[in-house]
Design a protein around this ligand. Structure first.
Ligand code: ADP
Length: 431
């Protein structure tokens, strides 16, 4: 039979019982003997219990009391548990220390925020970029210290699903921060702010460069095109000999003018960070005008352009921008649909908002290109785009206009069958 801690304990009990019985026999009173035996036995356990309590109270792991039997076992297990617990604690402390050292060394400001938006912990970079001070700011609500209205909205919207927010640093207006709010653990959030001033300066330089070049090119191009037209219309004998070359020059000049206009429009949309004006836009009338443009663009290709609109549905937004977005999509439908094809424009509302769609029976777009179509100069087929007078900027303009109107673009397409471009406007844009 295997020895368990209970074996010596049972022996001890047996011997106590025998000794008590013997004592009872000697004094001639068994009850007295057993009573005394029980008292001694209970006294022994009481004494061990007291040693255990004293040892636990002392908090010393090392000086474990010596004991045999079941009490030895109890002391041993508690001792082992305590040692394991201490080891784990030490490991966790070391891990925490390493983690804090690593996050302290990060160049990005990192702040741990609690359930009530209070600051629980932050690193050194947070002091530099957000102006937090370790002694007085811990425990303060973060929106007491970062008071930019956009940040407060961002905090209330719980980080807008991981999208970064750009705000000036509260320490230095010249610094721009990209702020991310990340949810983790139970009701805790991590705020990470990165200094993107340099990146923003480069972006600004690029935007200015494109805008300036486009602007500078506009006047010479207008002059050249103007003279070419005069020459072509002059009926001059010399001009007649050069007719084909003049036509080509005029065509290419018009393409360049179109490209410059699109570049200027795009850089204006990019630079203008303010929300677009809330003009009352008569979309049905706008679509009727766009249909006329589409028929002109189609020329002798004979596309069937149909419009199906809700005549009372109007929108709040920037008319010029919306005109540009709608006509880019309709223009593409005509340009990428072979002669005689169908282009159907719809404008309607439902419970989710207002919707604009253009369906065509054109060449369609393979699925792998769809996610990249709104990038500048991204074309499925560059040769074809140039042939039909595309600049590669149309859908990039559409994307910018839509983001300024909180609207969304959806594209469904089947190569060889046609495409449908749909714009969803939120209900609060409906007039
Ligand atoms: P582009 O000036 O080249 O048309 P866009 O930005 O307007 O530039 O469009 C990007 C690309 O998307 C086009 O080059 C073309 O390949 C594709 N595309 C856009 N609309 C359509 C459409 N309705 N049918 C087929 N392809 C389209």
């Amino acid at each position: 039979m295997p020895t368990t801690p209970w074996t010596p304990e049972l022996w001890r009990l047996l011997w106590s019982f025998l000794a008590a019985t013997l004592f009872g026999a000697v004094v001639g009173n068994f009850w007295l003997g057993w009573g005394l035996g029980l008292a001694v036995y209970l006294g022994y356990h009481g004494w061990q219990l007291r040693r255990l309590v004293n040892w636990l109270r002392s908090g010393k792991t090392r000086n474990i009391p010596e004991a045999g039997g079941i009490w030895g076992e109890v002391f041993h297990y508690i001792y082992q548990r305590q040692r394991k617990h201490q080891q784990r604690k030490r490991q966790l402390e070391e891990m925490l220390e390493r983690f804090q050292e690593a996050t302290s060394a990060l160049p990005d400001a990192t702040v741990v925020i609690g359930r009530k938006d209070e600051i629980l912990w932050f690193n050194e970079a947070a002091a530099g970029l957000l102006g937090l001070h370790s002694s007085q700011d811990k425990g303060q609500p973060i929106d007491n210290l970062l008071r930019h209205p956009d940040f407060i909205t961002y905090l209330n919207q719980n980080g807008r699903g991981g999208e970064p927010l750009r705000i000036p640093s509260p320490v230095d207006d010249g610094l721009t921060l990209a702020v991310h709010l990340i949810n983790y653990g139970r009701d805790q959030r991590l705020l990470v702010a990165r200094d993107i001033s340099q990146q923003q300066r480069l972006e600004q330089m690029r935007r200015d460069f494109v805008a300036n070049v486009s602007h500078e090119l506009r006047t010479p191009l207008t002059v050249i095109s103007g003279f070419l037209e005069t020459l072509m219309d002059s009926g001059d004998e010399c001009a007649a000999r050069w007719q084909r070359s003049l036509d080509l020059m005029h065509q290419q000049g018009a393409r360049m003018q179109h490209l410059v206009a699109d570049l200027l429009m795009l850089s204006r949309l990019e630079t203008d960070r303010s929300s677009p004006p809330r003009e009352l836009v008569e979309v049905p009338a706008l679509l009727a005008a766009i249909r006329e443009d589409a028929l002109l663009l189609s020329g002798d290709k004979g596309h069937h352009v149909t419009v199906d609109t809700d005549a009372d549905l109007r929108l709040y937004g920037a008319e010029r921008e919306l005109y540009s977005a709608f006509s880019n999509i309709v223009g593409n439908a005509v340009r990428y649909t072979p002669a005689g094809g169908e282009v159907h424009i719809r404008w309607w509302r439902n419970g989710t908002g207002a919707h604009f769609s253009v369906s065509d029976t054109g060449i369609g777009i393979p699925a792998e290109h769809l996610p990249r179509l709104t990038e500048r100069f991204y074309r499925v087929d560059t040769g074809r785009s140039r042939e039909v007078g595309g600049t590669g900027l149309g859908l990039a303009i559409v994307k910018h206009v839509l983001s300024r109107h909180n609207a969304r673009l959806r594209i469904d397409s089947m190569p060889g069958k046609g495409s449908t471009f749909t714009i969803d406007f939120p209900a609060d844009r409906i007039a």
